[in-house]
Design a protein around this ligand. Structure first.
Ligand code: SF4
Ligand code: FES
Length: 250
């Protein structure tokens, strides 16, 4: 397969970026999108040119590092699929493909297609954890959890922190991400102790980082590679409202 790639190149956060056009030839349909970029980079390096910077790690849909807007859609618009799991057979031979970084103020561009997502780390540091006294390994069944609750918590826990929800949102809202974490921890007995404090602190950290508010357009859930549902946002709003009502100290 052959493609024409329009790729965003930007030296750093303080330098304006621009699109550059690169041909990609003899690409096999079973290559992933990241492997396509590897091939383009090999060609650039062979010619002594600067390779395109992009993030990746696991390349199997579990780490959340890959972060490309492809033809205007974070992760390329294939349901439940990260960029690293997106294969070139999903594109038309000869297609022109536009590739950009996540676009959101709290995710400044580091270089080319790489953005700084440490704002997410700060939100997790604010409350995305449970505090436990460690000791001997407890019995696996010591704390019974019903199957529906375990399933719901596990579904929310599949959020990989990629940030596509923010990139898709016109308000650059991080609510789907934050709500997934709040839901995952708040549903389990171990996470209930800090539930109120967690909601207040994580929402505060989200606001401080400059993410926008949710206006329920649903674009976040539409692009989420882990198909986190909008319902988690309703749960987060409830937790947050209860914590405010109870006068919980953030
Ligand atoms: S909610 Fe979905 S899109 Fe947002 S960070 Fe988690 S996995 Fe990525
Ligand atoms: S590289 Fe890990 S999810 Fe894509």
């Amino acid at each position: 397969m052959n493609f024409v790639l329009r790729i965003w190149r930007q030296k750093n956060a303080n330098t304006p970026g621009r699109f550059e056009t690169y041909p990609a030839r003899d690409i096999t349909p079973d290559m992933s999108f990241l492997e396509l970029l590897d091939v383009v980079n090999e060609g650039l390096m062979a010619r002594g040119e600067e390779p395109i910077a992009f993030d990746s790690d696991c390349r199997e849909g579990i780490c959340g590092m890959c972060s490309l807007v492809i033809n205007g859609i974070p992760h390329g618009g294939h349901r439940g699929t990260t960029v690293c799991q997106l294969h070139m057979r999903k594109f038309r031979d000869g297609e022109a493909i536009t590739v950009e970084p996540w676009r959101a103020k709290p995710f400044p561009v580091l270089k080319d297609l790489m953005v700084d997502r440490s704002a997410f780390d700060r939100i997790i540091q604010a409350g995305g954890f449970v505090t436990v006294s460690t000791g001997g390994v407890s019995d696996g069944n010591a704390v019974p959890i019903s199957k529906p609750i375990a399933d719901e918590a596990m579904d929310a826990a599949t959020c990989i922190g990629c940030g596509a929800c923010v990139a898709a949102c016109k308000n650059a809202s991080a609510m789907l991400f934050v709500a997934a974490k709040i839901t995952h921890l708040g549903l389990l007995p171990q996470g209930k102790v800090e539930r109120d404090r967690r909601a207040l602190r994580m929402v505060q950290a989200m606001d401080q980082a400059g993410f926008g508010n949710c206006t329920v357009t649903g674009s976040c859930a539409a692009v989420c590679p882990k198909e986190i549902p909008l319902a988690v946002i309703a749960r987060m709003n409830r937790d947050y409202a209860w914590a405010l009502l109870k006068g919980e100290a953030g």
